[in-house]
Design a protein around this ligand. Structure first.
Ligand SMILES: *Cc1c(COP(=O)(O)O)cnc(C)c1O
Length: 389
């Protein structure tokens, strides 16, 4: 069956047991990958699929990105890279951004996974394994250019330059660094980090550079370097905060109404009674709370939508439920079991994040496990039925 996008009420009937429906649009994901490739050209573009592809399902999405042309996949941890193995052809590169804990080098090498080496200690452990095996082992070397998070410091880089034999046995695929402020094109720190990266790359002649995340791809020219590493933009988040988002939305979230009630003026709502009704109101309790990834910071701030009608969240978000004021709707519009939009055409992922005083990354990675997940273009996964799409 081919399921059309955005038919939540019909879909609702099919999944009546779930508290909400998380729709992940495969075609939009692939379109976003291709769009990023155009923007970054002639650079190559990988995909960051750490934290289970920002909560959306790495084993599911990585093959779609592969199909769209991606050959470089980045995760944060070795465990994630191992889990991703069966989803991708063996020749496709899997990189571990956080590097390796001492003692895990052999596991990494055996699986054909490429570590990002973030310290001299990691470099020498990887080189030691290469020497023991009499092989050259591939790696990425990360240099910190202004974030103080991961990668060699200036002092470590000087030590490495003074004794280049430390890298013996290591085949450097890329030198990389990460930008701290790429979501803000006006920030002068971007140019500072780019210049620093350009100086550093001269120390590694012939070694390609990986530099850009999503935001940096949209900073233009030199930022894309040889291999970009976008994450959030693939999943529909805005590369630059507060600007028009050029990416297609990938995620839609609709949550079911559990109960509706009428309350008088002066009614105290939810934990702590932080909202008192000023006039009689009609309220709906919906089946998602902070355990499902609706941040508690949305209390008395965010909203859900029904059609284009904004339905403000009233009172505190609780673990499994949130209360919205539906007084703006005609009386019989909503009933228990129907769906309201939390992320969708009327309220983007970025809007929801901004209301919650957070970033789309945090919203996505916390979306709970209790939603029914649907894939409107899932027939694309099965080449045999692809013509039906
Ligand atoms: C998470 C991460 C990325 C992806 O960043 P986005 O802003 O999601 O595009 C790229 N590189 C590194 C080192 C990261 O940690």
């Amino acid at each position: 069956m081919v399921m059309e996008m955005c038919l939540p009420q019909e879909v609702a009937a099919a999944h009546a047991v779930s508290p909400g429906i998380l729709t992940i649009d495969f075609a939009a994901l692939q379109a976003n990958y291709r769009h990023l490739c155009q923007r970054a050209a002639p650079s190559s573009v990988g995909a960051v699929v750490k934290a289970d592809a920002y909560g959306l399902g790495a084993s599911l999405l990585a093959p779609l990105l592969y199909e769209a042309g991606c050959r470089h996949f980045f995760v944060a941890q070795l465990e994630e890279a191992l889990a991703l193995g069966p989803a991708l052809p063996a020749y496709v590169r899997r990189f571990v951004l956080n590097g390796l804990f001492a003692g895990t080098e052999a596991t990494c090498a055996d699986a054909g996974i490429v570590p990002v080496l973030n310290s001299l200690e990691q470099v020498s452990n990887w080189a030691a394994l290469a020497a023991a095996r009499g092989e050259r082992l591939p790696a990425v070397l990360q240099i910190d250019t202004g974030m103080a998070r991961l990668g060699l410091s200036d002092a470590e880089l000087n030590r490495l330059s003074a004794s280049p034999e430390t890298l013996e046995g290591i085949r450097l695929l890329y030198v990389m660094s990460h930008l701290a402020c790429a979501d803000d094109p006006e920030n002068a720190h971007n140019i500072y980090q780019l210049r620093r990266m350009q100086e550093i790359s001269r120390l590694f002649p012939g070694v390609p550079v990986s530099f850009a995340n999503s935001g940096a791809i949209f900073l233009g020219g030199a930022f894309a370097a040889d291999l970009a590493r976008p994450g959030i933009a693939l999943y529909g988040g805005a590369p630059h905060v507060g600007e028009v988002n050029p990416m297609r939305p990938v995620v839609r979230l609709d949550v079911r109404v559990v109960q509706i009630r009428d309350v008088p003026a002066g009614c105290s709502i939810s934990y702590g009674g932080t909202h008192i009704t000023e006039r009689p109101a009609r309220l709906a309790t919906i089946a998602a709370g902070y355990a499902d990834g609706l941040p508690r910071s949305l209390s008395n701030r965010g909203a859900a939508y029904f059609g284009q009608t904004r339905l403000p969240i009233v009172g505190r978000v609780s673990m499994d439920t949130t209360i919205i004021d539906i007084s703006a709707l005609d009386r019989d519009t909503l009933e228990a079991g129907k769906l309201v939009e939390v992320i969708g055409p009327n309220q983007s992922l970025d809007d929801l994040a901004s209301d919650a005083d957070t970033i789309p990354y945090e919203i996505l990675t916390r979306l709970g496990r209790r939603y029914q997940r649907t894939y409107p273009h899932s027939c694309a996964l099965d080449p045999a039925s692809a013509s039906a799409c």
